[in-house]
Design a protein around this ligand. Sequence first.
Ligand SMILES: [Zn+2]
Ligand SMILES: [Zn+2]
Length: 231
Amino acid sequence: MRSGRNPEKVCNRVYMVGGPDISDGRDCCVYLVDGGGDLALIDTGCGPGYKAILANIIRLGFEPEHIRDILLTHCHIDHVGAAELFRSECGARLAAHELDCPPLESGDRLITAAFLYDLRLEPMFIDRKLEGSTSRIAVGDLVLEVLLTPGHTPGSVSAYTDIDGTRVLFGQDIHGPFHPDFGSDINAWRLSMDKLLELEADILCEGHFGVYSPTDAVGAFIHAHLERLRR
Ligand SMILES: [Zn+2]
Ligand SMILES: [Zn+2]
């Protein structure tokens, strides 16, 4: 398991501060959005990588206390395991879609997949439960537009933000996998992927495979998974 590698700049105002090659081999990719003062994180990794992620945020010249919001894209532990630490130690607020909140609030080891990682997930408090199909989270002078994109889990969300004309999409587990224990719904997922393709994002920040750009590469990534799982 490698850890401790430097953070990576994705584009102006977006950084990858955690991930399997950066913070902990079990972590999803963790992205920092710089709203020009206020900061936001997309997901948090599984927990043990917390200190490495924090160090990377500081290494980039940011103060962890400026993390105002953390968007949890869905309830799996590789995405949410460090959330409560960021909340209690940095004062960040947690946001997740209400459909994925119950397992987070109860620390359900099966639905959060904690058992797969042999980790405990303490019940956490979600400050902002997102409802419906769209929400907005202000990050300083940027806005994260959050879309409900069910499929992998019922409350999976994706988010995008436009930075100087560049559309950055945070897609995380849009590749799946799909399992009854997760409440996966492959038909809902296909519709969700159509929604993401329509965005014509310039950059896709993905949860386990890294960063894709330009728009053609983003589309090719999503189409490849649609093709892999076609009816
Ligand atoms: Zn997942
Ligand atoms: Zn994942």
